[in-house]
Design a protein around this ligand. Structure first.
Ligand SMILES: *[C@@H]1O[C@H](CO)[C@@H](O)[C@H](O)[C@H]1NC(C)=O
Ligand SMILES: *[C@@H]1O[C@H](CO)[C@@H](O)[C@H](O)[C@H]1NC(C)=O
Ligand SMILES: *[C@@H]1O[C@H](CO)[C@@H](O)[C@H](O)[C@H]1NC(C)=O
Length: 392
């Protein structure tokens, strides 16, 4: 009887509790002193990867392309197109036809996402000789840069019917996140506002030798960006809906939180290693965990926070007309302000919040630090890449 009662109680709590999102923290309101270096028009960039020569590569969520941008000249070239990811469909199309079909107003192209694909995570490996690219619809791909002749591009694995998001390679293992395991990206509002008391996202590993997939953590509330700790013992995984960063110990599978209740709903994360730590992913060297985690994300607006904390409110909200109520309300929740948190890797302490409500940078799905106080950000909700300096 007693056991039954406890079971009932737990069950009730699980069903009425919202996403594990704490009370809204003190939110930044005053803009940091920012000097814009450049603002490039780009198609809703999701993740940015910067190579050792300071060239950056970015994935465009408005059209399914991957671009390469030279930082010194801002010259933009196309690295990959939807034709590369979905050759069966586009085999007989010209590049112009593909571009005309896949590039357009964002709401139109949502419908085309399963055909044109959407490229999200992008990560270099082995000193930028290879890059791993996540196409949310067509799986994970490897692009190998060659000094002579053609570069090689091939599919590592396909995964359909899920919302694949980010990737990180160590040796023969590819770690990746599924933001949702049964819903695809075009239905992103339903992923953010999923009235399911158990998170539907997961953190997984694919063994390239055995070709086996293993789920390492499930029940995540919108699993998003991944990065590796400086000592290579942990992964940090961004959990967007819960505004926190999960810390996963590779050897034991132990899961804890590096930082909870951030002032942003987190997106991609990036580790700025300490100066002493210049080691490659494929070497055996390790550093101390004395880096700084860059955590860009979406400013926590009161209305959205309330709905995320309350599953019945979320369920109620989703029964309203999708195009006249749900979509516009959801859009109004995405405050067009830029927010990046810097988190101490060793302690999880928030060291700094870079904030802009003066249009110096707008929203941020990914952020890289290029040098002292110099940053580059991209956003799935705003078609620009901003490069700027923060004045102390
Ligand atoms: C912002 O930083 C610049 C450059 O350091 C400085 O000249 C300017 O006075 C600062 N503005 C404010 C409002 O602090
Ligand atoms: C959760 O939402 C429901 C439905 O809108 C509402 O009746 C209830 O008061 C809310 N609970 C809390 C704790 O805000
Ligand atoms: C874009 O979305 C709006 C609002 O849902 C809809 O009315 C409109 O028809 C859509 N535009 C196109 C071109 O599909």
């Amino acid at each position: 009887m007693k056991l039954l009662f406890i079971f009932f109680l737990l069950f009730t709590i699980a069903l009425t509790d919202g996403i594990p999102l704490g009370p809204t923290p003190v939110m930044p309101t005053e803009s940091s002193n920012i000097t814009v270096i450049s603002a490039l028009s780009m198609p809703y960039p999701e993740e940015i990867a910067v190579d050792p020569t300071q060239t950056f590569y970015l994935t465009g969520t408005a059209n399914g392309y991957v671009y390469k941008v030279m930082l010194d000249t801002n010259e933009i070239t196309t690295l990959l197109t939807p034709k590369d990811f979905n050759p069966e469909h586009f085999e007989l199309w010209t590049d112009e036809e593909v571009a005309a079909y896949c590039t357009g107003a964002q709401n139109e192209t949502y419908i085309l996402e399963p055909i044109c694909g959407r490229v999200l995570g992008i990560k270099f490996y082995t000193n930028a000789k290879k890059v791993y690219i996540v196409n949310s619809y067509f799986g994970i791909w490897e692009y190998k840069f060659k000094n002579h002749g053609r570069s090689r591009f091939n599919n590592i694995f396909e995964q359909t019917g899920v919302f694949l998001n980010d990737v990180y390679r160590i040796r023969e293992k590819l770690y990746y996140t599924n933001s949702h395991t049964t819903v695809q990206r075009y239905s992103v509002i339903n992923v953010v506002l999923d009235p399911n008391p158990v998170g539907q996202g997961s953190f997984n590993v694919f063994d390239m030798n055995t070709q086996e997939h293993t789920t390492l953590i499930d029940g995540l509330f919108f699993a998003n960006g991944i990065t590796l700790s400086s000592d290579k013992r942990f992964f940090y995984i961004s959990e967007t809906d819960a505004a926190r960063v999960v810390k996963y110990e590779i050897a034991t599978g132990e899961t804890s939180y590096l930082v909870e209740d951030l002032p942003v709903l987190t997106d991609n994360i990036y580790l700025e290693k300490s100066e002493a730590c210049e080691i490659r992913e494929d070497s055996n060297e390790r550093c101390d965990n004395d880096g700084t985690l860059l955590v860009p994300g979406y400013y926590r607006v009161e209305g959205l926070d309330e709905v995320l904390r309350n599953f019945s409110a979320m369920a109620e909200f989703l029964t309203q007309d999708f195009y006249t109520v749900v979509v516009p309300t959801f859009s109004s929740w995405i405050e067009p302000v830029g927010t990046i948190c810097e988190v101490d890797e060793a302690t999880g302490e928030i060291l700094k919040v870079i904030f802009s409500n003066d249009f110096k940078f707008l929203l941020a799905a990914s952020a890289h630090k290029l040098s002292d106080n110099e940053y580059i950000t991209g956003s799935v909700f705003y078609p620009m890449v901003f490069r700027f300096q923060v004045n102390e």
